[in-house]
Design a protein around this ligand. Structure first.
Ligand code: HEM
Length: 510
């Protein structure tokens, strides 16, 4: 009995000892893993593996509203974990300036691509997706210096004028057969797409070919929409059907675009063989482009990818701005009248020309206010750091997606008076201003700022100014149904568009 009791006390002793050691070592492991864990910006506690993904889904809110709620709770820099991805959201102008301007090179990288994105970007062979390095430098320098600088933009003046004339005709025809009612986004989008197609391939395309290309581009964008396995790669094997569809879309894109690329090659080799061809195009700049650190020129697949980037980058973004802009002109008839007066006093009875625009101060103010209040993308493209660093005292690891919240910065009450109000006069009175390139300070970032700032900023500005000037010169815009209040609710499609796409009444001026 005594032996038994001493054995049992020995067993109890060992149990106690092992339990103690187990606690001791797990404590050590926990503490050492904590000490290695980065000090990320604050954010909601997440679950292992899924992070805050379920909390977001359970909130039943669109992503940006969920992010807005977190911003209200955690402040200008916070962390949210979407499955395996760590998002660090920055919504403060000063922090954006520090990261993107003062320490621009460090924050100029992009995160790794999802498998689907890698297919469409040809493994990061685009300006927007390339790693901050030689490939990006070569592609970006080419796009900026050989295609989108001021003098090259001027080369396509006639292309823009023809597209704007066509737009006005389309609007007139649609209104005539529809009691004065027109779709805004669809028509603006078509006009920008036609301009970019001609700039890209160096030839005006038939309406049929344009529509086919548009349909392919839309399929590409739909394929690129984020999916659950982008956040939880563990689920990747369950989405083989979707992957098959993605490969089909890519094949269709390549099969349709390669002949257009070959056609342009032929035109360059046999000048005069195509009477419709124009003297210069984006493709021409890419054919013999030398990529730093690489011997071979761009492959046809890479050319398809770069042309698609050019078309996608400048179509939906710009068209979205037109839809919000016309809605604001309808909701603020005094702004519309003032704009019309400026156009009339600048050009009299002749058709407005893009050269007139530099004299239209109010038009420029309307556009700036529009991009402050309605940046077409609420986040700029995702950034990543080249090496681990700190921002606002927190750790920013290289594998984090750093997101700059354009919408919140543009409506920050610390930076703007009555930020909710659409008020172009704020830029006229001299009381408020903003450097859209962010160099002297960040108050609005519709085009991003710093090394990765949108290279299409100049072109987009010309497109928007010209389209607004022509649309307002030709027509008076009012609400449909008559006297109804416009619904400014937004919806995330490829860009942040009006939830109920704008249909408006137009009446020719004269
Ligand atoms: C209103 C129209 C436009 C808006 C609001 C817009 C907005 C943006 C934004 C927010 C970025 C990301 C900046 C960053 O990562 O920090 C960007 C990048 C880019 N945009 Fe635009 N964009 C517009 C028009 C265009 C046009 C017309 C083109 C070309 C035809 C274009 C081509 C690009 C490219 C290639 C990039 C990637 C730049 C890089 O990563 O280095 N965009 N744009």
């Amino acid at each position: 009995m005594a032996v038994l009791s001493s054995i049992s006390s020995l067993v109890s002793y060992y149990r106690l000892f092992f339990t103690f050691m187990a606690f001791f070592f797990s404590g050590l492991i926990f503490l050492s893993s904590r000490s290695k864990r980065p000090n990320l910006p604050p954010g909601p506690r997440g679950w292992p593996l899924v992070g805050n993904l379920f909390q977001f889904v359970r909130s039943g809110k669109p992503f940006f509203e969920y992010i807005e709620d977190l911003r209200a709770k955690y402040g200008p820099i916070f962390t949210v974990k979407m499955g395996t991805r760590t998002l660090i959201v920055v919504s403060d102008g000063k922090l954006a300036h520090e990261a993107l301007i003062e320490r621009g090179a460090l924050f100029a990288n992009r995160p790794p691509e999802t498998p689907t994105r890698a297919i469409f970007s040809c493994n990061k062979s685009t300006v927007n997706a390339a790693v901050y390095g030689p490939m990006w430098r070569s592609l970006r320098r080419n796009m900026v210096q050989n295609m989108l600088n001021t003098s090259k933009i001027k080369v396509f003046r006639n292309v823009r004028e023809a597209a704007m004339d066509k737009l006005i005709d389309r609007l007139k025809t649609e209104a005539e057969s529809n009691n004065g009612v027109v779709h805004v986004l669809k028509n603006a989008r078509f006009a920008f797409f036609c301009i970019l197609l001609t700039m890209c391939f160096g030839s005006e395309m038939s309406e049929e070919a344009t529509e086919k290309m548009d349909q392919i581009m839309k399929s590409v964008l739909i394929s690129l929409e984020p999916k659950i396995d982008d956040y939880l790669p563990i689920l990747y094997p369950f989405f083989s059907k979707k992957r098959k569809r993605v490969l089909e879309v890519r094949r269709e894109q390549v099969n349709y675009m390669v002949p257009l690329i070959e056609k342009r090659r032929e035109v360059l080799q046999n000048p005069g063989s195509d009477k419709k061809a124009i003297s210069f195009s984006y493709l021409d700049t890419l054919f013999d482009l030398e990529i730093e650190g690489r011997k071979q020129s761009l492959t046809n697949e890479e050319l398809v990818t770069l042309c698609s980037e050019f078309l996608n980058g400048g179509t939906d973004t710009t068209a979205t701005a037109v839809e919000w802009g016309i809605a604001q002109l309808i909701a603020n008839p005094d702004v519309q009248s003032k704009l019309y007066e400026e156009i009339k006093s600048t050009v009299g009875n002749r058709k407005v020309d893009e050269k007139d625009i530099e004299n239209m101060v109010y038009l420029q103010a309307v556009l700036k206010e529009l991009l402050r209040k309605h940046p077409p993308t609420y986040f700029v493209l995702t950034h990543a750091t080249l090496e681990p660093t700190k921002l606002a005292g927190y750790d920013i690891p290289t594998n984090a997606n750093v997101e700059f919240f354009s919408h919140a910065i543009g409506e920050d009450p610390k930076l703007w008076t009555n930020p909710e109000k659409f008020d172009p006069d704020r830029f006229i009175s001299g009381k408020e201003d903003a450097d859209i390139t962010g160099v002297t300070g960040v108050k609005m970032i519709p085009f991003g700022v710093g090394r990765r700032i949108c290279p299409g900023l100049g072109l987009a500005t010309v497109h928007l100014q010209l389209m607004f000037a022509r649309m307002v010169q030709e027509f008076e815009w009012t609400a449909y149904p008559k006297d109804s209040k416009l619904d400014f609710t937004w919806n995330l499609e490829f860009t942040v568009v009006m939830k109920n796409h704008l249909r408006a009444m137009i009446r020719p001026r004269v």
